[in-house]
Structures are given as C-alpha cells and as structure tokens.
Design a protein around this ligand. Structure first.
Ligand code: HEC
Length: 140
C-alpha cells in the first residue's frame, strides 16, 4: 500500500508542471492574452493597445472575427495566424509576431525537455487553444 502511495506521489509530481495549462481554459487564455497580446490588440481586443500607434499596421480588432466571417468563429484561421510557424511570410514585413515559436520557448522554460518534440508541441497547442477559447468570448 505504501508503495502504491509513493508511486502515486511520484506520478503527481512528475505530471504537475504540465497541468498548469489546460486546453479550452478561458482563464488561462485570458492570462496569455493580457501578457502577450493586449499591448497591441488592447485589453478589450479591439485593436487599440498602447503599442498600436507606433506600428506600421493597425492591429486587428479581435472582437469582430466572427462578424467578419459571416457569424462563425474562424477557429482554424485564428490558430494559424497566432501560431505563425506555418505561414509563409510572403509580404516580408509582417507586424504580428510568430507566437508558436515563443510558446515553444516557454515550454522549455516550463521544464519540457528539448528532445521531447511531442511534449513541446502539446504545450504550444494547449496555449493556442486556450487563447482561441478566450478570443471566442470577446466576439460582439
Ligand atoms: C506587436 C503587436 C502585436 C502583438 C503583440 C500581437 N499582435 Fe496580433 N496582430 C497585429 C497586427 C498588426 C495584425 C494585423 C495583421 C498584419 O497586418 O500583420 C494582427 C493580426 C492578428 C490576428 C488576425 C486577425 C484577422 O482578422 O485575421 C489575430 C487572430 C491576432 N492578431 C491575434 C493575436 C494574439 C492572440 C496575440 C497574442 C498572443 C497577438 N495577436 C499579439 C499585431 C500584434
């Protein structure tokens, strides 16, 4: 019995760092948004953050993503835009940072091993999903 308890403790300690971010977690998405997006897109997501006026291009109004897509939330488009790693930067001077890369760096900082590519991808995807879930709640 003691042995089982010990194993359970070790298991919980081992997986704990990865439980900090959950997919479809609006609160986690809101934290990420305030930290990484609000400077440009504004606290309310309307595109009027403090850094907006110094940018070459106006940050998108993220509260009308559904409205601009005939009422349906464009989940795939939003995920790809935020991730950025798969998007060809055809126009050279994209103003929007590539967040997929940054979230991968964050995964390493959270203790995911560099050779654990699936683990890194998992954490990146979780952050992206949380963000998208939060962005959905901002739609007018
Ligand atoms: C440095 C400023 C900046 C930051 C920080 C930033 N963005 Fe952006 N974002 C932009 C700009 C500018 C655009 C307009 C697209 C373009 O011209 O490149 C944009 C476009 C977008 C779009 C596309 C909207 C559409 O209608 O297609 C989404 C979605 C988006 N941003 C989400 C985010 C999220 C989520 C974050 C935080 C992880 C974030 N952005 C952080 C500047 C920023």
């Amino acid at each position: 019995m003691k042995r089982i308890l010990l194993m359970a403790c070790i298991f919980i300690i081992a997986v704990a760092p990865f439980q900090r971010v959950w997919a479809d977690d609006v609160k986690a998405g809101a934290v990420t948004f305030k930290r990484y997006c609000a400077s440009c897109h504004g606290r309310t997501g309307e595109g009027n953050g403090p850094a907006a006026s110094s940018l070459k291009r106006t940050p998108a109004d993220l509260t009308i993503l559904s409205k601009n897509n005939k009422g349906g939330f464009p989940k795939e488009h939003v995920i790809k835009t935020i991730d950025g790693r798969l998007m060809p930067r055809a126009h050279g001077d994209a103003v929007m940072p590539i967040w997929g890369q940054w979230f991968a760096v964050q995964a390493l900082a959270d203790g995911v091993l560099q050779e654990d590519l699936a683990g890194i991808e998992d954490e990146v995807n979780t952050r992206l999903l949380n963000l998208v879930t939060y962005l959905k709640t901002l739609q007018k």
